[in-house]
Design a protein around this ligand. Structure first.
Ligand code: PMP
Length: 421
């Protein structure tokens, strides 16, 4: 058995789930890419904060001061987590989707936006107007660089933004972000990096990658409670209309006339902030940063073991944009000849206590491209993380071999579009 490095612990590691065949089994959560389980360190930090939970910013009481310090201090933790430049701002949001929509509302008039068709819908869809250009689907990383270069050369004068992703949520493949950002800079374009899938697995360094903005989600970084962040340059954001109008976003509201909106993160964070969520996010980021090497080692070992095992499952085809040898994080999308992906996912859950996801993963264009010619409309995705063990990996490989050899051991029928035993 591979010796897996010690990584931060998650809650729910010993959860037992019922099996359709009777009895129960330890849950194998292989769906970290959707939402990761909570770190025990995050749970403890939240428990510690909850008794002090009070209003932020405006309260004079001691508990309010504690919460304000926690909330504002979290910005520095996030800044360190992504290696931000001194001048970068950290705006707290609900998640990656929210961060990208915020940025989309803050673009200067006439900004040209270029975005690959492979993006997750959160990064593909927020941009509106006739200056949005989609770049198709690159054949390989160098093709991605060429497509971006050509599209930016062709953009009208004025501000430009290139939307980049760190790692695909369908194939786990890592994109050549630094190279793409270099090309963007050469054309005077800014970049935003969707780090939702990369940050849980690898260090993300804004300054080294040379990107202008980074967005991420706490719930994929082992923190629950719906907090995310938009980190990066603040000039567009300070000049934009507030994302949400309301308390906290204003310096003063006169009886008549112009409202004096804040600059800085507060401008876009109107309403009572998610103090507990932000604390959870910052605690998770600090823990991940402290164990970066162990996390990479743990996932690399498990991913190699998984892929080795999957290669032995007859008819299983791993999805890949850039080829099987390309660098990837712990995400594997696949199909199995002659086996319905939804039925595979249902049988893995019901008969083996394994949680995976099937579908198009909010990246319809990418998945359709990857499935072209296969006859399948959906795929299955395994995503590894800190809650994954060697036993989980071995269990899913064994389960898939059994499914392919003998079919599901139970009868399944479709209920509301999903297979159920
Ligand atoms: N981008 C990528 C690459 C993702 O994997 C996801 C989540 N699946 C998102 C964006 C959206 O994240 P959220 O749902 O937390 O807004």
């Amino acid at each position: 058995v591979d010796s897996v490095p010690t990584v931060p612990a998650v809650v729910g590691a010993q959860l037992r789930v019922p099996l359709v065949t009777g009895g129960s089994i330890e849950y194998a959560n292989l769906d970290h890419g959707a939402s990761a389980p909570c770190l025990t360190a995050v749970r403890d930090a939240v428990n510690e904060l909850l008794p002090w939970y009070a209003s932020v910013h405006r309260g004079a009481g001691f508990a309010s001061q504690v919460c304000t310090r926690v909330y504002e201090g979290a910005r520095d933790v996030l800044r360190r987590f992504v290696g931000a430049r001194r001048t970068d701002s950290v705006i707290f949001t609900r998640n990656t989707t929210d961060s990208l929509n915020l940025l989309a509302t803050a673009l200067p008039a006439d900004t040209s936006v270029v975005v690959f068709d492979t993006e997750h819908h959160a990064a593909l869809l927020p941009w509106a107007g006739d200056r949005v250009r989609t770049l198709g689907i690159p054949a390989d990383p160098q093709d991605a660089v060429r497509l971006l270069d050509a599209a930016l050369a062709d953009c009208a004068d004025g501000p430009k933004l290139a939307v980049l992703t760190g790692a695909s949520n369908v194939t786990g493949e890592v994109w050549p972000v630094a190279e793409l950002a270099r090309v963007a800079r050469r054309h005077g374009a800014r970049t935003v990096l969707d780090a939702a899938q990369l940050a849980p697995h690898r260090p993300v360094r804004i300054a080294e990658l040379g990107v202008d903005h980074v967005v991420l989600s706490g719930h994929k970084l082992y923190a629950p409670f719906g907090a995310g962040a938009l980190i990066g340059r603040d000039d567009w954001l300070d000049a934009a209309e507030p994302y949400l109008a309301g308390g906290g976003a204003t310096r003063s509201v006169p009886d008549t006339g112009e409202i004096d909106w804040n600059t800085g993160p507060e401008r876009h964070e109107a309403g009572s902030p998610n103090t507990v969520g932000v604390h959870a996010l910052a605690t998770a980021c600090a823990a991940l940063a402290d164990h970066a090497d162990a996390i990479t080692g743990h996932e690399e070992l498990l991913l190699q073991r998984l892929r080795r095992g999957l290669r032995g499952v007859p008819g299983l085809r791993e999805l890949s944009l850039f080829g099987a040898e390309h660098d990837r994080v712990g995400v594997v999308g696949f199909i199995v000849d002659g086996h319905d992906p939804g039925l595979i996912a249902a049988a893995l859950a019901a008969e083996h206590g394994i949680g995976v996801r099937d579908g198009l993963f909010c990246a319809h264009r990418a998945v359709r491209h990857l499935l072209a010619g296969s006859g399948e409309q959906r795929a299955v995705r395994i995503s590894l993380g800190l809650g994954t063990t060697v036993e989980h990996v071995d269990r899913i490989v064994r389960a898939l071999r059994g499914l392919v050899a003998y079919g599901p051991q139970w009868r399944y029928e479709q209920v509301d579009g999903r297979w159920a035993p």
